[in-house]
Design a protein. Sequence first.
Length: 98
Amino acid sequence: MHYIIIAKDYEDRDALNRRMKAREEHIALSDKMIIEGKALYGVALLGIEGNMNGSVYIVDFPSRKDLDEWLNKEPYVVGKVWEKIDIFPCKVGLSFIK
């Protein structure tokens, strides 16, 4: 099942520092998910000043339970980077799947 994840970062003064601290581990996990076929696409959202302040992912997991298991160890969740996470089931067109 495909899902779109839209995650907004916390807005406190230390939010960007927490993001940057967790970023290397987040990217390493994302790279692993791409190899496993679980992550199709991911982007950082930018605020007016150009700073990262959220993320959008399109992922593929067998079930919502599997997605939640990934979220429980995602560095941006564990590191208190993402404050609000919206998850929407979706259908990705075949031409976008590698």
